[in-house]
Design a protein. Structure first.
Length: 369
């Protein structure tokens, strides 16, 4: 008998099912508190993780069907997956060793895996997240490649290109008193006169350069069995990897990062300031420069998620009855509306930017002042 939970992101409910209950426990921990969960209720679509060696082998034997479909948005591209032969729409994800079988309306997605494949958890999370963010952007939201933190409900959105220092600045800010985690890589913004942001959970990749800046974090991580596809409880029962065995860029769940840092996660916040970091390599901690709304709008366009000409959104993981996806011009208009209502700052980070928790307090106070 399957276990089931309804995961809600804003006004969208998604029924998620799995025979193995631990997969839903992991998903709820990974997506919380940004996705609310309940045992039952209204939902627009259904996602089921099925672990069945016989069905998986049968699907594999059917072979490629020709062509591909855009499936998942990344920071600057869209992942296309090959079609596979079958009576329904079927896509093969070689990286996670699963098939996605799509029927409807109403939309129903079966993720077909084999027993013991923990990559199926990641596939399940990505489908649920893609459904939610697709719906939110079609309903007027703006998905940004950004990290975010909050103090007293007032949020700081940190935007910029990949490897631009967003996660490093987030970890530093979380050293300040009472600061809460919102997101490490994706933020869904609702523009308007009182704009707010909701975090979109993603795997947390800790690059070696970031760990070198925070030796206490690196030391704490070294004593744990933390790994992105495990719950906190499962990781606690797993021995810590031997020195040099964890890899250059450990990947954690948001819950694991928050536990390591001793901070709380917050689902959403009002947006007090938009920050664009720039590492200077110069002496000192940090300096801030106010940006014009026009400059903020330009920099926000560089943080739009999944944009490339004519293609930015999933063709398959979209609830039925949705309006067409916004085009680049519509997204740019949302970015300008956000820039018109929120301060924008360039944060120039010097050689001493991450020296201490006191410098974190100073930075947060200056950003929110």
């Amino acid at each position: 008998m399957s276990s089931a939970r309804v995961f809600s992101f804003g006004d969208l409910g998604i029924l998620v099912e799995s025979v193995e209950r631990s997969h839903l426990v992991w998903l709820e921990e990974f997506l919380g508190p940004h996705f609310e969960t309940r045992a039952a209720g209204a939902h627009a679509c259904r996602v089921c993780l099925v672990e069945d060696r016989g069905r998986y082998d049968e699907a594999m034997a059917a072979g490629p069907g020709g062509g591909s479909l855009d499936a998942f948005a990344l920071d600057a591209s869209v992942v296309s997956l090959p079609r596979w032969r079958g009576a329904r729409t079927r896509l093969f994800d070689a990286q996670r060793e699963v098939f996605y079988e799509i029927t409807g309306p109403p939309l129903a997605i079966t993720i077909l895996s084999v027993p013991g494949n923990l990559k199926g958890r990641t596939a399940l999370m990505r489908v649920v997240r893609e459904l939610a963010t697709n719906h939110a952007q079609r309903a007027g939201g703006l998905l940004l490649h950004a990290s975010a933190f909050a103090l007293g409900g007032r949020g700081v959105i940190v935007g910029g290109p990949k490897e631009g220092g967003k996660t490093t600045l987030l970890i530093h800010a979380l050293r300040a008193a009472s600061v809460e985690y919102v997101s490490n890589d994706r933020v869904l913004v609702r523009p308007g006169a009182a704009p707010y942001a909701r975090g979109v959970p993603t795997i947390v990749k800790l690059r070696q350069g970031t760990l070198d800046l925070f030796p206490a974090l690196a030391g704490s991580l070294a004593t744990t069995g933390y790994y992105q596809r495990l719950t906190l409880e499962e990781a606690a029962a797993r021995p810590a990897p031997a020195a040099g065995q964890r890899g250059d860029s450990p990947r954690l769940s948001p819950a694991q990062l928050c536990r390591l840092l001793g901070v709380r996660a917050r689902a959403e916040c009002e947006i007090a300031v938009l920050v664009f970091p720039r590492v200077t390599g110069e002496p000192g901690a940090f300096t801030l420069e106010r940006l014009s709304p026009a400059e903020v709008a330009v920099r926000l366009e560089g943080a739009f998620f999944g944009i490339r000409p004519g293609r930015w959104a999933s063709e398959v993981f979209t609830p039925g009855g949705e309006p067409p996806p916004p085009d680049r011009a519509a997204l740019a208009a949302r970015g300008r509306a956000l820039a018109d209502h929120v301060r924008g700052l360039e944060c120039r980070l010097g050689l001493n930017a991450y020296e201490s928790s006191q410098s974190a307090d100073d930075l947060v106070a200056a950003l929110l002042g």
